[in-house]
Design a protein around this ligand. Structure first.
Ligand code: TXA
Ligand code: MG
Length: 323
C-alpha cells in the first residue's frame, strides 16, 4: 500500500528520534536518516556495511533551501538546480555548516539533491530538515526500486519503510561536481549528459572511469549475486551455449536486436527498446535473474547516449572484478 499522511508523519517521527527510514525517490529507494544527526548517520553506514569514508547524498525539500546546506552556490549551480530540481541530479558543492562531516565521509564538499517523488517531498516538508540517504541496499549490491526489495534486503535493520510504488527512473541520480574549475560528471544517471549540456550551453567532461574522484570507489558495485559477463550482442547465443555446457545456470538480458532469437537459458529477460523502460527495469531484472537461480548473467551494453550512458555504467560496474 502506498504511504499516506499518517505513514509520512510516523516516518518523520522516526527520523526525529534518530531512526532509519527507507524512502521512495524517483531513482531508487534511499536509506534515510536525519542529516544533522551524526549518530543516526552512523547507523546508515553500519546497516549498509558501507565504509564510513563513502560520502552520502543530502536530500532537501526544494532548491530554495540549497544555501542552508552548501556554501558558494555559483550561478552554474543555481541554474542546474532551477532547471533540474526536483529531479535525478545531484550537485557536489562546498559543505554547508548544517552538514556534519559524518555525512560527507570527512570531505569539505557535500552532494545535494531534491528528489522528484511526492512521498519523499512530503516527508521532507513534514520533517522540516534534510535527510542523508544512500541507496537502500547492502554495500555493493543492486539498488532497490521497490519497497519490497528494501524489505527483503534490509528486513528489521530499517525502522520504517515508506512505500511509494516502483521507482519511475530506476537508475540513480547523475552526480555533477561543481567544486572544480569546470563542471564534471562523476556518475552518469537519470539526467542525461545531453540535457545537462543543453542547459549549460557547453560540453561536459565525463571521466573515463566515472566516479574516479569519489573516494573509496570499488570496481564491483550494483552487482547481483550472479556473475555478470558483457559481450557483443551477436556473440550472446554462442556465449550462452558455452556457459551452459560448462554447467552454468545462465540468465540473459536479451537486447532488442536479438528479440525473437531462440536461446536456451535458465532465464531470459527481453530488454525493452526504450532506454527509459530499460533503466526503469534494469535493477529489477538483475534481482529477478538472481531469484531464478542464475549464477551467470550474459548481457550487452546499449549505445552510450541518453540514458544508455547510465545503463552501460551500471552494467560495467556489475560486471567488474569482485572483492
Ligand atoms: O539517486 C540517487 O542518487 C540515490 C537516491 C537514494 O537519492 N542515492 C544514491 O546514493 O545513489 P549512494 O550513496 O548509493 O551514492 C552516492 C554517490 C556515491 O558514489 C558517493 O561517492 C557520491 O554520491 N558522493 C557523495 N558525496 C560526494 C562528494 N562530496 N563528492 C563526490 N561524490 C560524492
Ligand atoms: Mg548505492
Amino acid at each position: 500500500m502506498l504511504a499516506g499522511t499518517s505513514e509520512i508523519e510516523k516516518a518523520a517521527e522516526v527520523l526525529r528520534a534518530g531512526g532509519l527510514v527507507a524512502i521512495p525517490t524517483e531513482t531508487v529507494y534511499g536509506l534515510a536518516a536525519n542529516a544533522e544527526d551524526p549518530q543516526a548517520v552512523g547507523r546508515i553506514f553500519e546497516t549498509k556495511g558501507r565504509p564510513p569514508s563513502h560520502p552520502l547524498i543530502v536530500h532537501i525539500g526544494s532548491a530554495a533551501q540549497l544555501g542552508d546546506w552548501a556554501e558558494d552556490v555559483s550561478a552554474t549551480a543555481q541554474l542546474l538546480a532551477d532547471r533540474f530540481w526536483p529531479g535525478p541530479l545531484t550537485l557536489v558543492l562546498r559543505r554547508g555548516r548544517r552538514v556534519p562531516l559524518e555525512a560527507t565521509g570527512g570531505l569539505e564538499t557535500v552532494a545535494v539533491r531534491v528528489p522528484d517523488h511526492p512521498v519523499a517531498l512530503e516527508l521532507l516538508k513534514t520533517f522540516g530538515g534534510a535527510v542523508a540517504a544512500p541507496s537502500a541496499n547492502r554495500f555493493g549490491s543492486v539498488s532497490p526500486t521497490t519497497a519490497e526489495h528494501v524489505r527483503t534486503e534490509l528486513g528489521d535493520d530499517v525502522d520504517f519503510v515508506l512505500d511509494g510504488g516502483p521507482c519511475g527512473v530506476g537508475v540513480e541520480s547523475t552526480i555533477v561536481d561543481l567544486t572544480g574549475e569546470h563542471p564534471t560528471i562523476l556518475r552518469p544517471g537519470g539526467v542525461t549528459r545531453e540535457d545537462l549540456e543543453a542547459a549549460l550551453g557547453y560540453p561536459l567532461a565525463v571521466p573515463a572511469t566515472s566516479e574516479v574522484r569519489v573516494p573509496g570507489q570499488h570496481p564491483s558495485h550494483y552487482a547481483p549475486r550472479a556473475r555478470v559477463v558483457l559481450v557483443e550482442p551477436e556473440k550472446i547465443p554462442t556465449e550462452v551455449e558455452l556457459a551452459r555446457d560448462a554447467g552454468h545456470r545462465v540468465g540473459v538480458l536479451l537486447p532488442p536486436v536479438l528479440s525473437g532469437t531462440a536461446i536456451d537459458a535458465q532465464a531470459i529477460v527481453p530488454v525493452p527498446d526504450s532506454l527509459d523502460a530499460y533503466a526503469r527495469g534494469l535493477f529489477r531484472y538483475l534481482r529477478e535473474l538472481d531469484e531464478q537461480g542464475c549464477d551467470l548473467i550474459i548481457a550487452s551494453l546499449p549505445a552510450e547516449q541518453g540514458l544508455g550512458l547510465a545503463i552501460a555504467n551500471r552494467l560495467r560496474r556489475a560486471a567488474g572484478p569482485r572483492g
